[in-house]
Design a protein around this ligand. Structure first.
Ligand SMILES: Nc1ncnc2c1ncn2[C@@H]1O[C@H](COP(=O)(O)OP(=O)(O)OP(=O)(O)O)[C@@H](O)[C@H]1O
Length: 294
């Protein structure tokens, strides 16, 4: 049995299939990322996984516990795209209200979370007057205070600065290590996927690729050597090989560093500068889901 699984998950709205036969297997402590363009069905999938939306077809279970039970809800934490907290209450009042819902609430752990997320200075402030980054840190504290085993993060970093994103990931990675917290993330920040153990790429409601990031990179992302030439005389034979010319720059897909070094050596008198760009999550995303805006 897997720690968390979803089998044949399908959702129809007005006879239109928005999520189609999604199968998900997650082991304890894993960090899973859901990647997909706008409208791919990520939020609809997550809403089913957390029990907010009933699937048209499909089964979801966490250590054998069915999705719509209190036991299930106690084991999960959720950070939604839009916060659920009360804008008129202070940060402390919001968190205490939440904590009171749980029997196994541990005040020592609660204090640790407040310190880790650096919330001490804003505990007495109204949630509604906080900055976006402060609010997000409170949302994450809210999702963690009952020590969930599985945390869902639905685009948690949208609109956050790099410092806040780093802080949030530092705290989450620490809890992953110490408590074996399992994370399921949907994100538009492709660099966040770099931390993931396993990635599902969703498009038009279907999983179109799934694998470890390394394997996805091997298949869909290639290293690029970008050469800026002094003139354009040497381009011709290289362009033959499925490469791309942009002004005085030439983008070459390379199979190995040795190949790149040999090309640079051959052309060294013609080159004014160059850059080696490793294959990235962006390349995987564009290769699989295309370049058109949805
Ligand atoms: N209640 C609903 N009724 C009808 N259609 C819906 C409903 N909820 C979502 N959809 C449609 O389902 C599709 C997938 O939406 P969803 O929000 O799951 O995508 P997403 O991948 O999370 O997108 P984004 O990254 O933009 O948040 C969209 O075309 C959306 O319009």
């Amino acid at each position: 049995m897997h720690f968390f699984e979803a089998i044949h998950l399908t959702k129809k709205f007005n006879d239109k299939e928005i999520v189609k036969n999604v199968n998900l297997h997650v082991e304890k402590g894993q960090f899973i990322a859901f990647l997909g363009p706008n409208g791919a069905g990520k939020s609809t999938t997550v809403e089913m996984l957390i029990g907010l939306l009933t699937p048209t077809i499909g089964e979801i279970s966490l250590e054998g516990i069915k999705v719509n039970s209190e036991k299930f809800r106690n084991k999960i934490g959720v950070v939604f795209q839009d916060s659920l907290l009360d804008r008129d209450l202070t940060v402390m009042e919001n968190l205490k209200t939440r904590a009171n819902l749980y029997q196994n609430f541990d005040s020592e752990y609660f204090n640790q979370i407040i310190i880790k997320l650096e919330l001490e200075a804003i505990l007495k402030q109204q949630y509604g007057v906080l900055s976006g980054g402060q609010r997000r840190r409170v949302d994450i504290a809210r999702a963690l205070i009952h020590q969930p085993e599985l945390l869902f993060l639905d685009e948690p970093s949208t609109g956050l600065d790099i410092q806040t994103r780093n802080k949030i990931w530092q705290v989450l990675n620490e809890i992953r290590k110490t408590k074996q917290l399992t994370i399921i993330l949907t994100t538009h920040y492709l660099e966040e996927v770099e931390y993931a153990d396993y990635v599902y790429v969703l498009d038009h409601g279907e999983i179109i690729a799934e694998n470890t990031l390394d394997n996805l990179k091997k298949e869909y992302a290639h290293d690029q050597l970008i050469i800026h030439f002094k003139g354009s005389s040497k381009f011709c034979d290289l362009i033959e090989r499925n490469n791309q010319q942009i002004g005085q720059d030439l983008k070459l897909i390379t199979n190995s560093n040795i190949e790149a070094i040999n090309i640079l050596d051959d052309l060294k008198n013609e080159i004014s500068s160059f850059e080696m760009r490793p294959g990235s999550v962006n390349d995987i995303f564009l290769e699989l889901t295309g370049k058109e805006i949805r």
